[in-house]
Design a protein around this ligand. Structure first.
Ligand SMILES: Cc1cc2nc3c(=O)[nH]c(=O)nc-3n(C[C@H](O)[C@H](O)[C@H](O)COP(=O)(O)OP(=O)(O)OC[C@H]3O[C@@H](n4cnc5c(N)ncnc54)[C@H](O)[C@@H]3O)c2cc1C
Length: 399
């Protein structure tokens, strides 16, 4: 028996290692990933400011995979033939008995004209390094800045983190007074985060905006980005010498080019609460590739929900557990809908942080708290160090 895991970062790395650990040596696990590196994406927000280099937050994953008995194939999956049970890649075909799709997102830069050309994006190593270069130039001749998320975006947290980090960087460069700093978001209120907010969150973010003199616009989309301004859906034009936007995420081309997967319009895999494809029993999805039904009331401008690291790791674990149960002949599978997974997240606010904890990601919740820590962003650093340590050692069973 053989399981092929496509994508091997947060969700796929956990799924592959956990499955190998649980299913044993008679079960072959093959990971297909176009990237040879494991990348701790949350720390990319620090790369533009020189607080991290890409090498500090990534490592080559083949050694640990081989040590733990997972075969690694560095290739791009192009398409799946679900009847023949074969994945076509740019380096040949791979057959499977079980398939796990953990391919994460593709960034939809085409959300509005000019986003790709004139706005920076910090969610890839290349984008983060280009942003670093642009900030070095900006420093020489500062002006207004626009940071935010576009319509349909879901990863608002990272954009908030970048906002507070850039504000702090401007002060360190002694150019803060020369910069009008704007935050734009499709959220109906500050701190909605695509999870309908957390008690006290809006008040806390409003006070941060006031304290750091950041102008903000909620319930706005981006009509167009130009070299020197951002035109909002409200018609307002904000002058900008440096723009960083979080565009929406959609499913990757592999999913979109495989019509048998019956992906949603956005390119995500429809699954049941045990992360099995709704109609193809030997295909599962984990992490961002999963279609998640949102529960909050939409506002004037559409936006989406976050698919963060903790649920990505959790769904990787659930998928591995369920495949190992099936191999052992068990019929009862582990179930946990995405919205029922606990919320555990740290928002860096520029050497300060807010810890967000809730018993479930989506409402209704029994408890949800936001704990500010204004002394240092200790928890975020700890999260980074812990996650990189655990993954480097292949200890996927740890939380
Ligand atoms: C800037 C930023 C900051 C963030 N900060 C936080 C944070 O502070 N806390 C938090 O919890 N979450 C954060 N997140 C979210 C977190 O990074 C994601 O939840 C997590 O990476 C999702 O894991 P995943 O495995 O689904 O996708 P990914 O981590 O994106 O992994 C997908 C993998 O699939 C591979 N792949 C894609 N297509 C193919 C293909 N066709 N063939 C082969 N391989 C393929 C890719 O190479 C990649 O290795 C942040 C995200 C961003 C962008």
């Amino acid at each position: 028996m053989k399981t092929v895991v496509i994508g091997g970062n947060f969700a796929g790395m956990t799924a592959a290692l956990e499955l190998k650990r649980k299913a044993g040596k008679d079960h072959q696990v093959v990971m297909v990933d176009k990237s040879p590196l494991f990348l701790f994406i949350p720390s990319l927000i620090w790369v533009p400011f020189g607080r991290r280099e890409i090498k500090d937050i990534s490592f080559k994953k083949d050694a640990i995979l081989n040590k733990k008995g997972v075969d690694f194939m560095q290739a791009e999956a192009l398409k799946v033939d679900t009847k023949a049970q074969v994945v076509k890649t740019n380096k040949g075909e791979v057959s499977y008995d079980h398939l796990v799709i953990a391919t994460g997102p593709k960034v939809a830069y085409d959300v509005a004209p000019g986003v790709k050309e004139f706005a920076h994006y910090i969610g890839t190593p290349n984008g983060a390094m280009k942003t670093r270069k642009a900030l070095e130039e900006f420093k020489k001749d500062p002006g207004p800045i626009v940071i935010g998320a576009t319509q349909n975006a879901g990863c608002m947290g990272a954009a908030y983190e970048f906002l507070f980090n850039i504000e702090k960087w401007l002060r360190e460069q002694k150019i803060r007074k020369k910069v009008d700093l704007y935050w734009i978001t499709p959220e109906t209120f500050l701190g909605h985060f695509g999870i309908d907010g957390i008690a006290g969150g809006e008040t806390m973010l409003k006070s941060f905006m006031k304290m750091f003199n950041i102008h903000y616009r909620t319930e706005v989309g981006v009509e167009e980005v130009l070299e020197d301004k951002v035109i909002l859906s409200s018609g307002e034009e904000l002058p900008s010498k440096f723009t960083m936007l979080m565009p929406p995420f959609v499913g990757v081309d592999f999913v979109k080019n495989s019509p048998e997967l019956q992906a949603t319009q956005a390119g995500y895999i429809p699954v049941t609460d045990d992360y099995r494809h709704v109609s193809i029993p030997n295909i599962r999805a984990a992490g961002i590739a999963v279609d998640v039904k949102l529960t909050f009331k939409p506002g004037k401008v559409p936006f989406s929900g976050p698919k963060t690291g903790y649920p990505s790791d959790e769904t990787g674990k659930i998928v591995a557990e369920n495949i190992s149960r099936i191999i052992k002949g068990e019929t009862e599978l582990k179930k946990k809908a995405w919205g029922k997974i606990p919320g555990i997240c740290v928002m860096d606010a520029g050497k300060k942080e807010v810890i967000i904890l809730s018993n479930t990601l989506f409402k209704p919740r029994k408890f949800a708290v936001m704990i500010p820590n204004v002394i240092f962003d200790f928890s975020k650093v700890l999260f980074e160090k812990y996650f990189l340590w655990k993954t480097r050692h292949g200890l996927s069973q740890l939380p």
